[in-house]
Design a protein around this ligand. Structure first.
Ligand code: NAP
Length: 286
């Protein structure tokens, strides 16, 4: 069997055109343009690319974007002062602090400083708590993008066994919680695996849907996948042969039923859901 490609970019384009339409309606009704303020500390090349892509996506959807660039030597108080200013600025609806932050800055302290109403990454503890309780204000962009892909491609989630490989706060953990919630897009039986999991291949082979977010190039091989399974590769790894996922795409596509490519899979969906959250934030604040 050769897996069908799950074209995340096409689904993301669809979502983005829906958001552009909804944004135009919002602007016409309220006379206010949603605005995302991105904060970039330091000169990490990958972060610069991510922020540029997010800004470009905003502009193409009718959302204003601002970039606040701070030097790599910025101290925590300086960054907190900027966030405080953005929290109080009524023209700004969403605040995105691009991670990672330099080592002198306490990431969790900074993420907690963002107003929960402007927290379009959904990293603030209040928004995490609401998501866990099944009454989300914002959903974190990457797992939300994966969930949208599954829903829009009519992949059965309810009752399916989903194995999430990775338990980070930004991908694995929220992904598992979202897919196990009651209701549409949820009701899955979820197993979460990580670096201390015993017999990883034995567990991943049980997955109807395998979501991989570990940050290890081509880690998941064909022998770890059940024939016909849906494989979602969240990984982005820079290698000598270019960008590759956490899944050995060429091998796994011979076993899986459906698979996301890297690039062109989950990445564009993450950006689309950021736009979704920025529009939602503007709605909440007006
Ligand atoms: P992370 O914070 O580094 O977490 C990695 C997780 O994988 C941890 O839970 C770790 O387990 C687990 N892990 C690592 N090695 C493992 C192994 N050999 N066996 C089993 N589990 C293992 O990573 P992340 O932020 O979630 O990102 C994961 C990947 O997704 C990265 O490639 C990142 O670039 C990519 N990403 C993509 C997008 C997108 O938009 N497409 C967004 C975010 C991230 P422990 O907890 O036990 O250490």
């Amino acid at each position: 069997m050769t897996a069908a490609i799950l074209d995340g970019k096409a689904v993301a384009d669809q979502i983005r055109s829906e958001i552009a339409e909804q944004t135009a309606q919002f602007v016409a009704a309220k006379g206010i343009t949603p605005c995302l303020a991105a904060v970039l500390v330091g000169d990490d090349p990958a972060s610069q690319v991510y922020v540029r892509n997010k800004q470009r996506a905003c502009e193409n959807s009718g959302i204003t974007s601002r970039l606040h660039r701070l030097s790599a030597g910025t101290c925590q108080d300086e960054l907190l002062a900027l966030i405080d200013e953005l929290n109080r600025d009524q023209a700004v609806h969403g605040i995105l602090v691009q991670l990672p932050l330099p080592p002198q800055i306490d990431e969790s302290r900074v993420l907690q400083a963002v107003s929960p109403l402007k927290d379009v990454d959904a990293f603030h503890p209040e928004n995490v708590g609401r998501m866990v309780q099944g009454r989300p204000r914002f959903l974190p962009c990457t797992p939300h993008g994966v969930q949208q892909l599954l829903l829009r491609k009519n992949i059965p989630i309810a009752g399916s066994h989903v194995v999430v490989l990775g338990r980070s706060d930004i991908v694995g953990k929220p992904m598992a919680i979202m897919l196990m919630q009651r209701g549409a897009g949820g009701d899955a039986t979820v197993t979460v695996c990580h670096s201390r999991t015993r017999d990883l291949p034995g567990l991943t082979r049980q997955a109807d849907i395998l979501v991989v977010a570990i940050g290890r190039a081509r880690f998941v091989t064909a022998d770890m996948v059940k024939p016909g399974a849906v494989v979602i590769d969240v990984g982005i790894n820079r290698t000598e042969s270019g960008l590759v996922g956490d899944v050995d795409f060429e091998g796994v596509r011979e076993v899986a039923g459906q698979i996301t490519p890297v690039p062109g899979g989950v990445g564009p969906l993450t950006i689309a859901m950021l736009l979704h959250n920025t529009l939602a934030a503007a709605r909440l604040q007006t």
